[in-house]
Design a protein around this ligand. Structure first.
Ligand code: 3PG
Length: 198
């Protein structure tokens, strides 16, 4: 999943077009900028085949905003019971983040099955993830430090269902409208995935 930070709404459509053409179907637009909701709305309307989600959801009121904008899923950096209940209320697939065994245990108690493991590499990477997955029946989407070199090591784990990262479309390249460079990252990622899984 490309994790995207959009500073200018006019970059939303050209960026989504490149990523979808390269083979990505799921895009996460983080709510870290003023135009994030508008970007979700534009991409969802222009590319109904795309599964566009909202990342960096940190406030209950954002669930109704992202749903109105067309988001199909929500992601948070951490775990918070109020946010989990709000996601349920809005009936939107939700990936809260966990990084420790206590957080993973709380997620399990809240009946969650799939979580973001964040920030993956800083929190010990695969070693930590393995330890969490060994003791609880959970699946994970690791993000934070995932790149072309390590994505397959994560994806080969049975309890990893997907990975996310900003390296495919880094904020700096989007801000400079360096779409050709983003397209080459996207192509590299897709080649790695196709060689491993097709
Ligand atoms: C996230 O929201 O999960 C992170 O911003 C992604 O981390 P990365 O920039 O290291 O890929």
């Amino acid at each position: 999943i490309p994790i995207i930070v959009i500073d200018k709404v006019e970059h939303a459509i050209p960026l989504a077009e490149i990523l979808l053409k390269s083979g990505f179907k799921v895009l996460e637009i983080t709510l870290r900028t003023a135009c994030a909701l508008a970007a979700i709305e534009k991409i969802s309307a222009a590319f109904p085949e795309a599964i566009v989600g909202a990342g960096t959801v940190v406030d209950t009121k954002q669930f109704s905003q992202i749903k109105s904008a067309g988001a199909k899923f929500a992601v948070s950096p951490g775990l918070n019971k109020t946010l989990v209940l709000e996601a349920e209320k809005h009936n939107i697939p939700y990936l809260p983040g966990v990084a420790t065994s206590s957080e993973a245990l709380l997620a399990h108690q809240l009946k969650l099955k799939t979580l973001k493991f964040y920030p993956a590499e800083s929190m010990g990477g695969i070693k930590t993830l393995r330890a969490l997955a060994e003791v609880l029946p959970l699946h994970f989407c690791p993000t934070g430090g995932i790149n072309a070199d390590n994505l397959l090591s994560y994806l080969s784990l049975p309890y990893v269902c997907c990975v996310g990262g900003s390296w495919i479309a880094p904020r700096k390249l989007i801000a400079k409208a360096s779409f050709a460079e983003i397209a080459s990252h996207a192509k590299l990622a897709q080649t790695i995935l196709k060689n491993a899984f097709n």
